[in-house]
Design a protein around this ligand. Structure first.
Ligand code: NAP
Length: 409
């Protein structure tokens, strides 16, 4: 198939989509965006590790046909566009993609390429698994207790971007309407609106519950600020419990039912926590939490706070997903000062690649990557960011870290 200025996709098959599930051939075409800044360095190491893991796990019977597509600074340079239509077409066609960090355009047009991709493809769930690997420096005493996957709603709440500046005629009109509805807004205020829908909340929680059940996780926690915002945050919690009860009734049980004496009996325990309490719990008793489903802003803060406990930016993988499409990504930025120095930690993109392999159902290869990461760090082979905080570490560059993983597969 021809993708305009990007040319032909490589030989391989398209991932299918049937009855709400992807169908993965033995040779899927997967579009990738190298990204800007440190992107090319971390992509090179990542591709090397993923290909080696797939080859080793499936003895050459499966392979990924990588298809390079472009966005960000490199696309601006090559095609004079930040987000060429061919890139969106390719992701829509092939359904799963992986990306390095992209330079955010300053001024004009697109607010952020990541936001644009999320909106165009309706990638409604931002998924962030957070776990610790031995020897990774951590500011907490027991980082090994953190093994939490966050499902953060990606399209509503503050990310809907509905706001008007203080003193603008729009803000004045909205304030007048609010006054008509019997509520007060201080004169001259900026106004932002936070929509939270039943549809948006339920599909996010549904995805999180399905994941928790598939992965045999013990609990799912609905995180919200419903004590203050009853009709948005509180409704998110209520709709979440409704999905659990109505769609997964035989496979879930609530914490409340357990507190009244019911036995979990292998079912997923569904509970909820107010956001501020959840932050405290994530530091004091992280072992009691496994999968979190959150509204947008709470999830934004929690994802980074939890990632900080297990090694920070260089080690935090993530994805943005709908039912049909998924884009796996390095969660850090382009770190331009380290571009082309073969220095930066490729851990975030490599672990995102492992998430992608799980998503394809190629669990053996995914687990191989995760185990190789654990083994390499256990040997104290590390890039500068971790090595500078670890006694006795052997500091290596990006590509050597990738090679160490390949050797440990
Ligand atoms: P950044 O690129 O994430 O880098 C900030 C600092 O974080 C780096 O200087 C480095 O700290 C550390 N760091 C980041 N990635 C690392 C890695 N893989 N390994 C080790 N350390 C790492 O943030 P920024 O400088 O604010 O943003 C630069 C550009 O990236 C901007 O254009 C921004 O808009 C864009 N951005 C893109 C994305 C995305 O595409 N997903 C996300 C965020 C930002 P030290 O110098 O202390 O070692």
């Amino acid at each position: 198939m021809d993708f305009g200025r990007f040319g032909q996709a490589p030989a391989g098959s398209r991932i299918g989509y049937e009855n709400g599930k992807i169908e993965v051939p033995a040779d899927p075409v997967v579009p990738f965006l190298r990204g800007d800044g440190v992107g090319p360095d971390i992509w090179k190491a990542t591709q090397r590790v993923l290909d080696a893991a797939v080859a080793k796990s499936f003895g050459g019977k499966r392979r990924i046909a990588w298809f390079e597509i472009y966005a960000g600074g490199v696309a601006k340079e090559k095609f004079d566009e930040w987000l060429p239509a061919e890139s969106v077409d390719a992701i829509k066609h092939f359904r799963v993609a992986i990306k390095g960090p992209l330079t955010t355009p300053i001024g004009g047009g697109i607010r952020s390429l990541n936001v644009a991709l999320r909106q165009i493809l309706d990638l409604y769930a931002c998924v962030r698994p957070v776990r610790w690997f031995q020897n990774v420096p951590s500011p907490v005493k027991r980082p090994q207790d953190v093994d939490i996957v966050i499902f953060r709603e990606n399209t509503e709440d503050v990310y809907a971007g509905i706001e008007w500046p203080a003193g603008s005629p729009e803000a004045a009109r909205v304030a007048a309407l609010i006054a008509e509805l019997g509520k007060d807004v201080r004169a001259g205020s900026a106004i932002g609106i936070k929509p939270v829908s039943e549809f948006g909340s339920k599909r996010l929680v549904r995805k999180a519950i399905q994941f928790a059940i598939d992965q045999k996780r013990p609990s799912l926690t609905l995180v919200h600020k419903g004590n203050i915002m009853k009709f948005t945050e509180g409704a998110f919690r209520d709709w979440g419990y409704e999905v659990a009860r109505e769609e997964f009734g035989d496979r879930t049980i609530t914490e409340e039912e357990i507190s009244k004496g019911a036995a979990a009996g292998g079912r997923l325990v569904v509970k909820d926590r107010i956001a501020d309490s959840m932050f405290q719990q994530s530091l004091l008793r992280p072992a009691e939490y496994s999968v979190l489903a959150t509204t947008n802003l709470n999830g934004d803060y929690l994802s980074d706070a939890l990632a900080a406990q297990v090694g920070g930016l260089g080690m935090a993988p993530g994805s943005n997903e709908s039912d049909e499409f998924a884009v796996f990504e390095a969660t850090h930025g382009t770190a331009p000062k380290y571009a082309d120095l073969d220095k930066i930690n490729p851990g975030s993109l490599i672990l995102s690649g492992a998430m992608m392999l799980h998503h394809l159902g190629w669990h053996e290869a995914a687990v191989a990557v995760e185990s190789a990461m654990a083994k390499t760090l256990a040997q104290k082979i590390m890039t500068y960011d971790l090595a500078r905080q670890t006694e006795g570490a052997r500091e290596v560059g990006t590509s050597a870290f990738g090679e160490a993983l390949v050797a440990n597969l």
